[in-house]
Design a protein around this ligand. Structure first.
Ligand code: ZN
Length: 302
């Protein structure tokens, strides 16, 4: 089975260079506000897709347990160092196009600054649907190609691609911006109902960040976020979507995370716990478990 290419942050210092030292306090704080506005007040098990180094994880306060998923093992190790090893957090290295979970497992999922790297976004969204239970909530952030800067540049002839057409634009390899309507269409096709849309980063401009105190920009952005219900011209958009009722119903969440998983190759579950790996009794593949991280990217050679 072939899957689209993955943008791999293995060994990346993204957390430090982009967030901690990159002057992104404004973006980080506006995301915290949006998450507070969109997240359910409580829940059992939340799937964080593209969790990276766990920057947003402490914000999922109302949830009993959180499963952090990332393609990069080293990002998850940074998250472990930040959040600690406890039953509250489960760490999984896996490909979003081949999610290793039994269907209907989660009551919520988030995907923030991650769809941005998806060459086949609808395929990734179908995977998210398959692991959410009936009535499941999905909070999705995407980069908006129809942002004000792109519109102005296009109008002035300084940008070739149109911000108004529905196809994604890949401005750097495996970095995609999407049209809000295209994302809405994909979500609806998959079976989601969109409940809320917030626009973020209205003031993501270097000169503003230099002359206006961050607290004021964050406050103004928090007011403007609600305008996302009517129009979206900011570089970042958050959507809260709900999965329509369907046959799976609500799945009992097992205490032992081993029971969360299915074989990403053949779909078989349950997997057998062999301590340093999980074994599939159907296709005989083995999936590594090391230092508290389940690894479903590639099976271990027999
Ligand atoms: Zn298998």
């Amino acid at each position: 089975m072939t899957t689209p290419p993955v943008c791999n942050y293995e060994g990346s210092d993204y957390q430090t260079s982009f967030w901690d030292k990159g002057g992104r306090e404004y973006e980080d704080r506006t995301e915290a506000i949006a998450l507070k506005r969109l997240l359910p007040k409580s829940g059992r098990l939340l799937l964080e897709l593209g969790a990276g180094a766990g920057r947003n994880t402490p914000r999922y306060l109302g949830f009993d347990r959180i499963l952090l998923l990332d393609y990069s093992r080293s990002q998850l190790e940074q998250a472990q160092a930040r959040l600690g090893k406890s039953d509250r957090y489960v760490y999984v290295a896996a490909d979003v196009y081949r999610l290793p979970f039994v269907s209907g497992l989660f009551d919520a999922a988030t995907m923030i600054r991650t769809l941005h790297h998806m060459a086949d976004a609808p395929r990734a969204l179908r995977q998210v649907k398959s692991v959410l239970g009936a009535g499941g909530i999905f909070i999705l952030e995407f980069a908006n190609k129809r942002n004000l800067k792109a519109v102005v540049r296009y109008a002035l002839g300084r940008q070739k691609w149109s911000p108004f057409t529905l196809e994604p634009v890949e401005f750097v390899q495996l970095n995609f911006d999407f049209h809000p309507k295209a994302v809405r269409n994909w979500l609806k096709d998959v079976g989601f109902t969109i409940e809320k849309t917030l626009t973020l980063s209205h003031f993501r401009m270097g000169f503003l960040k230099r002359i206006v105190p961050i607290g004021i920009l964050v406050f103004l952005d928090s007011l403007f976020q609600w305008t996302g219900a009517w129009w979206q011209f900011t570089p970042s958009v958050f959507v809260k979507a709900k999965l329509e009722n369907r046959e799976t119903g609500i799945v009992e969440i097992p205490a032992n995370p081993v029971a969360f998983f299915k074989c990403p190759d053949c779909g078989h579950s349950p997997l057998i716990d062999k301590k340093d790996h999980l074994a599939c009794s159907n296709c005989r593949k083995k999936w590594g478990v090391k230092d508290g991280i389940f690894d479903f990217r590639e099976s271990i050679a027999n």
